[in-house]
Write a protein that binds this ligand. Structure first.
Ligand SMILES: C[S@@+](CC[C@H](N)C(=O)[O-])C[C@H]1O[C@@H](n2cnc3c(N)ncnc32)[C@H](O)[C@@H]1O
Length: 205
């Protein structure tokens, strides 16, 4: 399978991504992190890590005794993440991998984070990815998934313009992602927050 059939790679935008999306020092990221419960020493996986903003913040939270791994299908995004980890002097593992084929053993992680990446995935990869995250997460672990989902009234026109034309995003705008979550073996699915554009879910194993 090529990377294209696995999802939309952001390699062509790797040099601009941090200008387009809020980076790790932004207030937006800090607010996002407040919804995620992390303990010192936790093992954390950031799927679709992009340029590593969430991985970096997670590493600060789990400390030297914790482990953070970031994966992305875009090699240039992974390269950017690795460079940032060096700049911040943080030990974080970054690998090129797809969410539906994670290079980790069963029940390895306490927490998984996926921020703004599910809309990049074709529907079968969304399903495979949810199951694969369930496999690598410990019993009692939590998967924090935030993404574009059913819009609020005032954001609906913009979201429709941006996303309705592509099947992978239309699926989420039409409210079908929770159904896939439910079919993927999680014990409990909690909607933590409805933002203007993003919905924040916690999937507990
Ligand atoms: C909008 S970016 C979000 C990046 C990051 N999570 C953040 O919060 O800034 C989505 C990322 O998902 C990656 N991606 C797309 N399909 C993927 C897949 N099948 N497996 C892993 N990563 C994927 C893209 O290359 C891109 O870097």
């Amino acid at each position: 399978m090529t990377n294209e059939s696995k999802g939309i790679s952001l390699d062509p935008y790797s040099n601009y991504y941090d200008l387009m999306a809020p980076a790790e020092k932004s207030g937006f990221r800090k607010k996002q992190m407040r919804l995620i419960t992390l303990q010192e020493g936790d093992r954390v996986l950031d799927v679709g890590c992009g340029t590593g903003a969430m991985s970096i913040l997670a590493k600060h939270a789990v400390g030297d005794g914790g482990e953070v791994q970031g994966v992305d299908i875009a090699p240039k995004m992974v390269q950017k993440s690795r460079k940032k980890a060096v700049v911040y002097d943080l030990s974080i593992g970054f690998s090129v991998a797809s969410i539906d084929e994670l290079p980790f053993s069963d029940e390895h992680f306490d927490v998984i984070i996926s921020n703004m990446m599910f809309h990049h995935l074709p529907v079968p990869i969304k399903q495979g990815g949810l199951k694969e995250c369930h496999r690598v997460m410990k019993e009692g672990g939590n998967f924090y998934l935030s993404d574009f989902c059913t819009p609020r009234l005032f954001t609906a026109p913009l979201m429709a313009l941006m996303f309705l034309w592509r099947k992978s995003t239309r699926f989420q705008l039409l409210g079908k992602l929770p159904g896939l979550m439910e079919a993927s073996g999680y014990r409990q699915i909690t909607l933590l927050k409805k933002g203007a554009f993003l919905k924040y879910y916690r999937l507990s194993k």
